[in-house]
Design a protein around this ligand. Sequence first.
Ligand code: PLP
Length: 824
Amino acid sequence: MTLSLQNIIPQINAKIHGTISTAEIDLVSIDSRSMQNNENTLFFALSGSNYDAHHYISELIDKGVQNFVVTYIPENLEGKATFYVVQNTKNALQQFAAYYRNLFHFPIIGITGSNGKTIVKEWLNFLLSPDYNIIRSPKSYNSQVGVPLSVLAINEKHNLGIFEAGISTVNEMEALQKIIKPSIGILTNIGSAHDEGFANIGEKIKEKIKLFKDVEVLIYNKNKTIEQFLPCIDIHVNDKNQASKTFNWSFKEKDADVFISKSTLLDKTVLNIIYKNAAFDIKVPFLDDASVENAIHCLMVLLYFNYSIETIENRIDLLYPVEMRLKVKNGINNTTIIDDSYSSDFQSLKIALDFLESQKQHKKKTLILSDIFQSGLSNDELYTRVSQLVIANKIHRVIGIGETISNYKTKFINCGTFKSTDDFMEAFDSLTFENETLLVKGARSFEFEKIVTLLEQKTHETVLEINLNAITHNLSYYKSKLKPTTKLMVMVKAFGYGNGGFEIAKLLEHLKVDYLGVAFADEGISLKIAGIKTKIMVLNPENTSFPSIIQYELEPEIYCMKGLNAFLKITEQKKLVGYPIHIKIDTGMHRLGFQEQDLPVLIETLKNTPSIKVKSILSHLATSDDLENRNFANQQINLFEHLSTKIIQELEINPIRHILNTSGISNFGESQYDMVRLGIGLYGISNDDKEQKYLENVSTLKSVISQIRVIQKGESVGYSRRFVADSTTKIATIPIGYADGIARSWGNQVGYVTIRNKKAAILGSICMDMLMVDCTEIDCTEGDSVIIFGENPTVKLIAEKTNTIPYEILTSISQRVKRVFYRV
Ligand SMILES: *Cc1c(COP(=O)(O)O)cnc(C)c1O
């Protein structure tokens, strides 16, 4: 997003103090701690019952922020920045977001309901991402502030939006409706969560469906309670022939638009669907009711978008548990942990117990549960119901944590209680956890993640986390730069640029890329063995690998006569017809490829060889990322045009032509020919700073603090005493070193890691398996998580400071670092 202040300010009815600068605004911020605030930030100073962001304005001015939306100008700051004074900063943020929303005209899906909003949003994103460039709310940003921030992240590349709206009381939805303005509405189920804010369920439904005021269609589960309230919204009909703008489903009512019956087959739920006089089955890879309902809401969208049954079937089959809430982890002493440490309402407890049941790893089950909030019931009634649930789910042991649940201990059998999380942690060593599944479920304020950390197996302290949704996003971003007909090859060489070969290839296959590219035959073979069906080009096949290339149906790049003749010998022996090969031309990179003088012989040979087929002709640019060498790249492109045309004309063939890598796509888009080869951009790195903003971070390298110590003035750290303290210094040791791929040039205070959102400089030399950092100013403890790279520091920054390129850093991360893939 970039907008000028001249455009923004009139939208929020502000009184201006200072001069409106001509600066372009590309970040709206409400978080004074964010490291991203800078001179292009417009800061909205929100305030609440126990905080007031106005207090941080002078700090932000020091960081370069110049523009503030405020309700008052803090003392002594008049004249030091430009202030836009409004009555209410939250309303101003909402007004601005509503204005911004109206600048875009693509379909927006708005989701509300009591449960399942985030899951439906994440799943729809997954199901639709092969075909759309989607903007969606991050995590569960669905509040009065979360929604405007989500909407303000829309940019001109997007062509579909998915936003969730959550409310806790009456008169909140109207504002969210104006900001999201959904064209397609989804009402997920209405349960009893968050009931306190409403007089009754009717009032709640009435409020929620205000989101759908102007939708072109509303998707919902047809049942009496909801239907009753639909007339409350003004569904105005655009198309006179269409009786209603609703699209509903039901398990019970045959007159629903989509009538569904369900049955179970092994670990899947089979939905028999009757829609428009056709009947067909779709398998959902879940058994619990909530997941099945969420999947049906997604299915309804696919039907509404007219996807073929086959596509729907294939995609729904790949749905995965949304990990934001329920993560399954390996714990100590052969335990399995279901980590739901972020919420505790009655409805989500039911869902979690369902999930626990579906897991079936161990016979024995323990529930670690905090006080429950937002139930709408009296405590007596609530814990009676919880106890019934616990019995119904055959839970062996309950550990209750919190003042309230402790008072109801007697309602449970085999129950231990603790007044607080800290009390539990203190007693931890005296408790046994073994051979069982542990459901850890607690409200945010109980910080149950501390408990999960204790319970987790500690074998992999250093992990490279790979965000698969970010990969999807980055792919769509580059796709949006291509003509619809241009094919896409994605380079997954070097183990997916260090990120994980198979997992990424699998995702790319789901996203329907046309080709994968690897460097060596071995890499392609392991992908094929793992079940990848997408075509794979091998950039640098050795002659000895030709037989296995053919065996595994890989497609070689052929770059010299020797290679061509050797390959031909085998294809002819095997009596193959039209085996696909790719002809590489050297246009100036001088690495691999036929040169101009080789063409006559090449063409002559290819004329008489029915055993192979030239599937594509390619070349590679040496300077696509370097605009000072634009001329050189253009020369390469011209030569490619000339030489490839010659081959095509003389052989009378029609191959795919391709020359652009990531930076080529950005800088020489007009030469995209029939295909491009995307590499580093997919992994979230652009050589162009402007473009970088549109990409999402994919890889985060994380470790933990092994030990903390304090050293005195004059004491030193590490080999050769490269760091000597000039005052009392707190040092943390982190178990990652140059053998894991961290360059030694990043040590000695050149580099830093992030602990609890703060920078900790690396002190002394980086060792083989460890490094030490300065955490004097950080309130941290042993076991705390440490970010080596990711959002901050970025791989790009490390590359710059250590005099290398991001490619080298990513591909140097040792294979002993475990890769963990997630979607959020
Ligand atoms: C690695 C590679 C690419 C991808 O390059 P990026 O700069 O990562 O986009 C494309 N083509 C060839 C021949 C390559 O070797």
